[in-house]
Design a binder for this molecule. Structure first.
Ligand code: TXA
Ligand code: MG
Length: 342
C-alpha cells in the first residue's frame, strides 16, 4: 500500500485507532454527520493538536462524543441546582444521533475542550464504527469536523486525507456519511431550547420534543404562519464557530438567483442542482451535478459537500447552486450554502 493512512473499519483497525488515541495521537473518524478529527478529550496535549492541525482559533470550543447519555453524566453538571433534568432527558431521545447539546460542564472537562467556557457541547453519535471506537476507549472523544478551519466539512475518508492526511496518525474509513451535514446544536433552557446550529435534526422535530425552540434572528427566512416560531433576543450568541464565514470552497459560490448568464458564461460555471436539469440545459455548463434524482432534500444534504468539493476542483470560475425552502432539513442546507457563499 502507498503512504495512505486510510484503514477500512474492522475490529483490528478500530482497536488500533483506540490505541493511537490513548497514546495522544489524532485519528480521522467517521460519524453519521461528517468525519471528525478525534483526540482523547481528557488529554490537553492531544486536544491542542486538534487546534494546531486544523488551524482553529483556540477560542472555538470542541464537541465531546460519548457512548450514551449515562456516560455523559460525568462531564456535565448533573449536580447543579439549576440542572435541567427533564430537558436533558428529552434531548437524549435523539441519541444516538445527530444532536449536540450545550450544557453546564463539570470540573472534570479539560479547559482546552471548552475554550474556557462554563459549558460543554456533548453528542452521542450513531455511526456503528464511531460507537465501536467509543466502546474501545475509556475516555470521551473530542472531535471537530476533520477539515482545515473554514474549508468544507469532510463526508468521506478520502476528504479527510486530502485536507489533513499529514496531520493524523490514521483515518478510519466508515464509508460515506449518511447525513452529510454537521449535527444540530442546541442549548437547553428552562423554557425550551435555543438553536445554535441547524442540522439534520430539524427545528420541527425539536419543537415536537421541547415545545419552544428559539431560533436566532438571522437564520429563519420562512417563519411558520402559526406563530409557533420565536426569535431570540438580540444578545443571543450562536455557536462561536458560526460567527465567521465558514464551510467555504476556494472558488466563489452563488445562489442561482444571484447569477445572470450574461455575467459569466455558463461554460465557465460549475452548476449544482437539487434535481436533474434537461440534457440540453446541463450541457451548457462547464461542469454539472444534480444532488438528487427526485429533489429529495435528505439526499441533497448527503451529497452537498462532496459536490461542492468536486466543483471547487474543476477549471470553472464560479459555482452556482440551487436553493430550497428553510423547512425541515432545508434550513440546514440553506445555512451551509449561505455560509459557503459568504
Ligand atoms: O456533526 C458534528 O457536529 C461534527 C461531528 C464530527 O461530530 N462535529 C463538528 O464539530 O461539526 P465542529 O467543531 O466543526 O463544530 C462544532 C461547533 C462549533 O461551531 C463550536 O463553536 C460549537 O460547536 N461549540 C462547541 N462547544 C460549544 C459550547 N460549549 N458552546 C457553544 N458552542 C459550542
Ligand atoms: Mg467544523
Amino acid at each position: 500500500m502507498a503512504d495512505s493512512k486510510i484503514q477500512s473499519a474492522s475490529a483490528a483497525s478500530i482497536a488500533e485507532a483506540a490505541k493511537l488515541l490513548a497514546d495522544g495521537q489524532l485519528v480521522g473518524v467517521p460519524t453519521e454527520t461528517v468525519y471528525g478529527l478525534a483526540a482523547d478529550a481528557t488529554n490537553p496535549v492531544a486536544v491542542r493538536k486538534i487546534f494546531q492541525a486544523k488551524g482553529r482559533p483556540a477560542n472555538n470550543p470542541l464537541i465531546i462524543h460519548v457512548e450514551s447519555d449515562q456516560s455523559a453524566r460525568r462531564w456535565v453538571r448533573v449536580d447543579a441546582p439549576d440542572w435541567l433534568a427533564d430537558q436533558w432527558q428529552r434531548a437524549a431521545t435523539f441519541w444516538p444521533g445527530p444532536l449536540t447539546v450545550v450544557v453546564p460542564r463539570s470540573a472534570d472537562v479539560v479547559d482546552e475542550v471548552t475554550a474556557g467556557a462554563p459549558t460543554v457541547a456533548v453528542r452521542v453519535p450513531s455511526h456503528p464504527v464511531m460507537r465501536a471506537l467509543l466502546a474501545a476507549c475509556d475516555f470521551p472523544i473530542a472531535a471537530p469536523s476533520a477539515n482545515p478551519s473554514n474549508y468544507v466539512s469532510p463526508t468521506s475518508a478520502e476528504h479527510v486525507r486530502q485536507g489533513l492526511g499529514d496531520k493524523v496518525a490514521m483515518i478510519l474509513d466508515g464509508g460515506e456519511c449518511q447525513c452529510g451535514l454537521e449535527s444540530t446544536i442546541i442549548r437547553l433552557r428552562s423554557d425550551g431550547v435555543e438553536l445554535l446550529r441547524p442540522g439534520s435534526i430539524s427545528v420541527e422535530q425539536l419543537r415536537n420534543t421541547f415545545g419552544t425552540v428559539i431560533v436566532p434572528e438571522a437564520t429563519p427566512k420562512n417563519p411558520p404562519a402559526d406563530g409557533s416560531h420565536q426569535t431570540a433576543p438580540p444578545a443571543a450568541m450562536p455557536a462561536p464557530g458560526m460567527l465567521a464565514k465558514h464551510y467555504s470552497p476556494t472558488k466563489p459560490l452563488r445562489l442561482v438567483e444571484n447569477w445572470q448568464p450574461g455575467e459569466i458564461e455558463p461554460a465557465r460555471v460549475a452548476r449544482i442542482t437539487f434535481a436533474p436539469l434537461s440534457e440540453t440545459d446541463a450541457a451548457a455548463f462547464g461542469w454539472y451535478r444534480s444532488l438528487s434524482q427526485s429533489g429529495d432534500l435528505h439526499e441533497v444534504a448527503r451529497n452537498l459537500f462532496t459536490a461542492i468539493r468536486q466543483a471547487d476542483a474543476t477549471q470553472c470560475e464560479l459555482i452556482v447552486i440551487d436553493r430550497c425552502d428553510r423547512i425541515g432539513i432545508g434550513r440546514a442546507i440553506m445555512d451551509r450554502i449561505d455560509r459557503a457563499a459568504g
